[in-house]
Ligand binder design. Structure first.
Ligand code: GLC
Length: 475
């Protein structure tokens, strides 16, 4: 089967969050399962783009209303990522360091989608399935079906995978003319609540809708930033598929980014060595339990709760625990977290920024990982943590609910229900007690390390959906 994944992010070419990890891994496992898989992302000015070789395989010009943007399609020459990676190069729009956050994001991602389809149209073979990811690629299912110029590929099946339904890619009717021509009879597919809504377009037009965990699919029927009714109406073609993780990139036994490699049989010694290194770097105390947070510092992830929860846990348990935070995002939260450094020297530290290498060391060297998310469509950090023998402390929501069970229920982690400072501190207290009960603690660590969250198993679920829509036009 020929499969295209179209996305704004793909690790290691461009990463902001978990979307990149999924789009960087799922295609590899689909390729291993015997399919022809191609990934298409915009050509940002990233380290990966600068340090790797690409061939130009196609060029053209995107028409966006009155604008014309020349574009090239670049193919990574070696396929070393385990699939074919293509970059859509539109210098004027993408030759910039960041993935998102520009005033012309709508123009950027519409151009990206149109250029990708122009290229697919020009190719000799027609893909069986196009798997779009999040709103940045949401208009594709509509264009394939209804834009006159793509008529010859209008039978291609499309899937929209939702990694985060809060962001929807809204734009005004004044930009309608950016889209290639279509019969206005179909305009209803583009509109939701008086605006053009890229994610809603994909939900309406794709043959299948997937979310990145089963619980998240249930939750968006109740709360989805205005799209609840729409999600309810497409339940018949929706499925929640829990993400996997790339167990080659995330393997404590082979990981070259950590100080000491270890397995389920040697984790005690191995993790201690990593912890010592981490504690040395951040001036923490390796004899005390280490609680870490890795991620974007936004309310969605419970980032706003971290300063107060850390302060409270450190003052209640002062000298009993260490807290280490790696992340960036909201500048107020960043500032509050930095301030705390002065109050808890030797027990608390923070690294503001994005640092993949440090993240690996933190998973390897921490005892607990905190994930107090308000919304978590899947969450990969808890799965990385489990694999590295780090016990997750999570709020029961979305994919966290599907992957972490409280140790009180014979599970692999610690769970609480509210995204609140009180609930986080209550869980930290339970964790400190558990840490002192080494036999039980180690049992829980081992349970986590033994869990199989590999893509090998999961990627088959996507293939089943592709097969259904190819055969029956629906799932
Ligand atoms: C988004 C979601 C996260 C999910 C990831 C990959 O970043 O917020 O929960 O794990 O996408 O699907």
């Amino acid at each position: 089967m020929e499969i295209f994944h179209i996305s704004a992010e793909c690790y290691p070419m461009a990463k902001v969050g978990g979307l990149a990890d999924v789009v960087g891994a799922l295609p590899k496992y689909q390729t291993n399962a015997g399919h022809d898989v191609r990934v298409v992302v915009p050509c940002y000015d990233t380290k990966f783009r600068r340090e790797n070789d690409f061939d130009c395989v196609h060029w053209g010009s995107v028409k966006l209303g009155n604008f014309n943007f020349p574009f090239s399609v670049l193919k990574e020459t070696t396929n070393k990522l385990g699939y074919e990676l293509y970059l859509i190069e539109i210098d004027e729009l993408f030759n910039r360091p960041n993935v998102y956050g520009y005033e012309d994001d709508i123009e950027r991602f519409l151009s990206f989608q149109i250029a990708t389809l122009d290229w697919i149209l020009a190719r000799e073979t027609v893909p069986d399935v196009i798997n779009c990811h999040d709103h940045h690629t949401g208009v594709i299912p509509f264009l394939i079906k209804y834009a006159f110029k793509y008529e010859s590929i209008n039978t291609v099946k499309t899937v929209i995978t939702i990694h985060n339904g809060l962001y929807q890619g809204w734009f005004g009717f004044d930009k309608l003319h950016y889209l290639p021509e279509f019969d206005l009879i179909h305009i209803g597919f583009l509109e939701w609540n008086n605006s053009l809504n890229s994610l809603a377009v994909a939900i309406k037009c794709a043959h299948a809708v997937t979310t990145v965990s089963p619980s998240y699919l249930n939750e968006i029927n109740i709360s989805a930033n205005g799209l609840e009714d729409l999600f309810n109406s497409v339940r018949y073609k929706s499925k929640g598929i829990l993400n996997g993780i790339d167990i080659e990139v995330w393997d404590p036994l082979k990981d070259s980014m950590i100080t000491e490699n270890y397995s389920i049989d040697t984790f005690e010694k191995g993790k201690q060595k990593n912890k010592e290194m981490l504690c040395e770097q951040f001036e923490l105390d390796p004899t005390k339990p280490l609680f870490s947070f890795i991620g974007r510092l936004f309310e969605e992830k419970g980032g706003d709760l971290l300063p107060q929860a850390s302060a409270l846990a450190l003052s209640e348990n002062f000298e009993n625990i260490n807290v280490l935070i790696l992340g960036s995002g909201n500048s107020v939260i960043e500032e509050q977290l930095l301030q705390l450094r002065n109050d808890y020297i030797g027990n608390y530290n923070v690294f503001i920024g994005y640092n993949e290498e440090l993240a690996h060391l933190i998973y390897a060297g921490s005892d607990y990982i905190l994930m107090p998310s308000r919304v978590e469509p899947c969450g990969l950090n808890q799965m990385y943590a489990l694999r590295y023998g780090t016990v997750p402390i999570v709020r029961r929501t979305g994919g966290l609910r599907d992957t972490v069970i409280d140790f009180g229920d014979n599970g692999n982690g610690i769970c609480h229900d509210q995204a609140s400072v009180g609930d986080i501190c209550y869980s930290i207290n339970r964790a400190v007690k558990l840490y002192d009960d080494k036999i039980n603690f180690n049992k829980i660590v081992k349970k986590g390390m033994a869990t199989d969250h590999s893509w090998e198993r999961v990627c088959q679920e996507y293939i089943e959906i592709y097969n259904l829509i190819i055969e029956k036009n629906e799932i």
